[in-house]
Ligand binder design. Structure first.
Ligand code: TXA
Ligand code: MG
Length: 332
């Protein structure tokens, strides 16, 4: 992919115009959002959207989130706009919340994987906003990684993962939130489809108790409530081993794995004296932890770590999204 670097807060209008022109011409552009980097294409252009699925190796049954510049453009994508959508949009947009609503017709069918609903979000990152405004079209954008790999939080992660892909990377630095948006369906009763950057409790303050999807779907059937919610997702190369700090067996396990000559790592919220090759200190608060989670796992992959011990996060609602991503990253 080609690469241009922009100021994350005040992106150069010429670079923004170049990205927008490529998108209007049906090209792929990887760009920073506040959550993770997205791989964007014109959501009204079927070939461009097909390019996203091909680049990621993404199953055609997994729908894409459509990003728009503002509330008005969001409303235009939905065939029904309930009061709950209005209230959530007013409170959380622009920002890391995706709303699933009945879809209007203007989009390429592939965007929604043939579903009659569409995931919509208005991102807050200045680079994403500027490109959306300049482009004047809704942009389909999944995370800019190969399907089932770790999401990218830097342009370097995108470049390493999508090396062979033709398109442009707009490098606007590290993404500030670090994990993906929260996905809430407003088709029927408000339902949490994916925990994420906005806490479920904050959303419940606006729309009342959220339904939860039951269990975690394992295959990509189009009939699933959110086909992208596969168990193995967001996974690093290394095998992750969640552990509790009081667990007396961890030191022995590490010794045994190192004895086999394997490279080890640890993600730690507290200063535990684990004898691993690569220790990554993590923030004790959930937002700080989320911000560096993917970058830490990418770093451990680059360091060749094969087994990584992860100090289990607290069993507290504020940690729900981090626990979700760690659980998926641990599952093989
Ligand atoms: O933060 C984010 O949401 C990032 C940035 C780039 O915006 N995007 C992202 O996209 O994480 P992706 O494709 O990696 O994840 C989108 C999730 C998937 O789990 C997908 O199944 C779900 O949203 N989704 C999209 N449209 C849907 C729909 N119509 N119904 C149910 N789930 C939907
Ligand atoms: Mg993704």
């Amino acid at each position: 992919m080609d690469l241009v670097v922009v100021d994350p807060l005040r992106p150069d209008p010429e670079r923004v115009a170049e990205a927008a022109a490529r998108l209007r011409a049906g090209g792929l552009v990887a760009l920073p959002t506040e959550t993770v980097y997205g791989l964007a294409a014109d959501a009204t252009n079927p070939q461009a959207v097909a390019g996203i699925y091909a680049a990621k190796g993404r199953p055609s049954t997994n729908p894409l989130i459509v990003h728009v510049a503002d509330l008005e453009a969001a409303r235009a994508l939905a065939s029904d706009w309930p009061d709950t959508a209005e209230a959530l949009a007013a409170r959380f947009w622009p920002g890391p919340l995706t709303l699933v609503l009945p879809r209007a017709v203007a989009l390429a069918d592939a965007v929604t994987a043939g579903l009659d609903t569409v995931g919509i979000r208005v991102p807050s990152h200045p680079v994403a906003s500027a490109i959306l405004a300049a482009c004047g079209r809704p942009l389909a954008a999944p995370s800019a990684n190969l399907s089932t790999a770790l999401s990218p939080t830097t342009a370097a992660h995108v470049a390493l993962g999508l090396e062979e892909v033709e398109g442009l990377i707009v490098d606007g630095g590290a993404t500030p939130v670090g994990i993906e948006s929260t996905v809430v369906s407003l088709v029927g009763r408000p339902t949490l489809l994916r925990p994420g950057a906005v806490g479920a409790e904050e959303i419940e303050e606006v729309v009342g108790t959220l339904e939860r999807r039951e269990g975690t779907p394992r295959t990509g059937d189009a009939g699933l409530p959110s086909p992208g919610l596969l168990e193995r997702h967001y996974a690093p190369n290394a095998a992750l081993r969640p552990f509790d700090p009081e667990d007396p067996d961890v030191a022995h396990e590490i010794e045994a794995v190192r004895g086999e000559g394997r490279i080890t790592g640890a993600l730690l919220r507290s200063p535990l004296p684990l004898d691993v090759d690569h220790t990554v200190p993590m923030s004790p608060d959930p937002a700080g932890y989320a911000r560096t989670l993917y970058a830490s796992l990418h770093g451990l992959d680059l360091a060749g770590a094969e087994v990584v011990w992860v100090e289990r996060p607290p069993d507290d609602p504020a940690w729900e999204a981090v626990r979700d991503r760690l659980r998926r990253a641990s599952s093989r």
